[in-house]
Design a protein around this ligand. Structure first.
Ligand SMILES: Cc1ncc(COP(=O)(O)O)c(C=O)c1O
Length: 384
């Protein structure tokens, strides 16, 4: 039995897998078990910003694994202290406290729970096409029924307004609203950048009405959109910033950063066995250092602008729109995207769907312009 059969027999069934076994990676390239090389524009769903096989991160993990792998937040720890300082120093102004967890959905759950604690309110406003995770709280903020169906009733009190519609948000946020949760660029929902007026307006409405402004940067964080955090494009100062994915170079970590409008969080009300794990903290320190030292946000800005322009030059009746910010790029098609993603894979380029009709590119930020050009040529071939 080969490995694909072995996995298929025992896996949960929740993933629809492509018939390829990836065994090795370097930078923005991946290799399968047959030795075929791919240009990786999936980037571990956006968790591989520093590239596969990043030596700096790998060495930090190996060193810390031998020194101390496990240390729950019952105790203090040197690596964790260093990481908390680092995160609060690079985050948007005012975010001076951090809850560490293990995934994006947990980063969001903490923001929702702490918003309830702070405000004493229970309602949340989120956006249509928003995606915030799959545990029951963050799933309640997630919009698409394909993720929600079969799991209802979800947490009560969540409503969804059209993204980028400030008037609708104005009507939805009331004295009962604990928080408004938004992505700066919607990822799963089709790579849709937020309008400045909407995001800044959302922050203002939250301040005026005593609600928490929760920004979900799980996908946009750590350089992806051309700045360390996408909030910087609009000078946003959220009450909560939720991050995960590329924070620790590919190891699982989530973080919920929060500011002074959030009240004191009493001890014992929340927690996580692995949150703040020293090995993952060491990986995060190395990954963030790598992102800063190699100016990956600037690189994402430059290459992203170039790539979007390059894709816009492709003549194809199948393309409705090319859009994105930094190296978070989408091509909206007039048809379902799956067969085109399969064809791209045949040509050695891996990309993601975002909804039914959008082809999404989240390459490691270390990708070369040549590899992006190869990806664009492959797109051109499959769409013509
Ligand atoms: C914006 C956003 N929030 C939350 C999540 C959930 O993250 P995780 O899969 O790590 O739970 C994702 C995952 O794609 C995401 O894109």
């Amino acid at each position: 039995m080969n490995n694909q059969e072995r996995e298929s027999q025992r896996t949960s069934g929740v993933y629809s897998k492509r018939p390829v076994e990836i065994v090795r990676g370097e930078g923005a390239r991946l290799w399968d078990s047959q030795g075929k090389v791919y240009i990786d524009c999936v980037g571990g769903h956006g968790s591989a910003n520093v590239g596969h096989g990043n030596r700096q991160v790998a060495e930090a993990i190996a060193q810390q694994a031998q020194r101390l792998m496990v240390c729950p937040e019952l105790f203090y720890n040197d690596r964790r202290a260093e990481l908390l300082e680092k995160l609060t120093s690079i985050a948007p102004r005012g975010l001076r406290r951090v809850f560490l967890s293990n995934s994006g959905t947990e980063a969001v759950e903490a923001a929702l729970k702490f918003s309830r604690l702070t405000t004493g309110r229970t309602e949340f406003v989120a956006a249509m096409r928003g995606f915030h995770g799959r545990t029951l709280g963050s799933l309640s903020a997630t919009w698409d029924k394909k993720f929600r169906e079969g799991f209802e009733p979800l947490v009560p009190g969540f409503s969804h307004i059209p993204y980028n519609d400030l008037n609708a948000l104005d009507e939805a946020v009331t004295g009962r609203t604990a928080g408004v949760i938004l992505e700066v660029v919607q990822g799963e929902g089709g790579v849709r950048p937020g309008a400045a007026e909407f995001l800044v307006g959302a922050q203002r409405l939250c301040r005026e009405r005593g609600a928490m402004f929760i920004v979900d940067e799980v996908q946009t964080g750590f350089g992806r959109t051309g700045s360390m955090f996408a909030c910087e494009h609009y000078d946003l100062e959220p009450d909560f910033l939720c991050v995960a994915k590329s924070i620790a170079g590919g190891l699982p970590m989530g973080a919920t950063l929060f500011g002074d409008r959030v009240g004191e969080i009493p001890s014992q009300v929340h927690g996580s066995t692995f949150g703040g794990n020293p090995m993952v903290c060491a990986a995060a320190l190395a990954a963030i250092d790598y992102i800063e030292t190699n100016h990956l946000p600037d690189r994402a800005a430059e290459l992203g602008t170039w790539f979007i322009e390059r894709l816009k030059r492709i003549q194809s009746p199948l393309i409705r729109e090319v859009r994105g910010l930094g190296l978070m790029v989408g091509i909206e098609l007039k048809q379902k995207v799956t067969p085109y993603l399969q064809a791209l894979m045949g040509l050695g380029v891996l990309a993601l769907p975002a909804g039914l009709t959008v082809m999404r590119f989240l390459p490691p930020l270390v990708i070369s312009q040549d590899d992006l050009e190869q990806a664009a040529l492959a797109v051109q071939e499959v769409l013509s």
